[in-house]
Ligand binder design. Sequence first.
Ligand code: ADP
Length: 397
Amino acid sequence: MKIFVVNCGSSSIKYKVYDMTDESVLASGLVERVGSDEAVLTHEPAGGGRQTVPLGHADHNKAMRDVLARLTDPDVGVLDSLEEIAGVGHRVVHAGERYSESARIDQAVIDVIEDHFPLSPLHNPANLAGIRASIAAMPDTPQVAVFDTAFLATLPRTAWMYPVPMEWYEKHRVRRYGFHGTSHKYVTRQAAALLDRPADEVNLITCHLGNGASITAVAGGHAVDHSMGMTPLAGVMMGTRCGDLDPAIIFYMLQEGFSAEQIDNALNKKAGILGVSGVSNDMRDLLAACDSGNERAHLALDMYVYRIAKYIGAYRAILPALDAVVLTGGIGENSVPTRAALCARLAGLGVILDGQANAATTGGKTGRITVDDSAMAIWVVPTNEELMIARDTAELV
Ligand code: ADP
């Protein structure tokens, strides 16, 4: 069975074609600058022969038609005909409380995606544009929505409710939703298999540490708490986002003469690792600056690790038991010094790093980075959101 996975942004379309018999990737690619006169398609068949093609003016519909034309192209194509595609899986960021699983796309699903435009103004409209373009190009092929929020829809009310006036929730939908759910779901399933635990019994703390970062407490295979909030600004410190903050800081900065827009921009794009270090939002640059003795870089790294450790401690407290802490995302999968610093911060919970295993587990490798008698097992499990989307799609079609 062949599955086409689409992640559509406002100006980009990322895609992969999977052969689900062995979950291999047949082709992948990206259209950039969608909506402009200079759209560019980069298409990469698994066997080699990467191609970059200017598309001229391309909206989502034209870009999608051009991508599909590549897939069946005699030279760089990987399919004889589009009819080989058994289903199209679309990443959709926000379905709020409406879906706790992926769903076959029909008018009701489209209505829910539209209903969540106000809660996800950057992503949901773009995701829907991709869905519409895909339906227009392949009207007879089943389409599936895989929601980022779905895995987090199992949070108990105690965890998702904010202590604000009840009508803020009832009238304005103010609550914790959470994000990165597809990644947390994927590593939860992978970790359950690695730990030889039934998928509905595994207890984990999954840490997705990329440019954005979020942490999920998983009990019995289901998410029970999560660090991001109504928006992805909450939780741990990130590349450019502040994470948890005293909300009154915003009113104070308004009084200091900053506009709401400036504050929003600063907290989303100029805070976090970048804001504290003044160096970069990228962990590799931060570590290089630490190595050359930059004090602000050291402070940023220490704050970054400290805030993750506090979440792990808090989630350990609310979980009935814990099989493992799972690290994933670009930093979780690769950054040996950051993981070592995190394990040192968790010494109070009996965490003992295995230095050799830590150094060896990078570049897409899976493995445990704590010693056998560490009181808490810490695993590195590379994420694969596209494969999770492909698996859910295959299951539903
Ligand atoms: P995104 O959230 O944009 O998908 P990623 O999951 O790719 O981001 O993570 C990006 C982060 O991972 C960056 O901070 C980057 O520095 C870090 N990273 C990637 N590779 C390495 C590496 N080899 N060593 C340290 N950090 C790395």
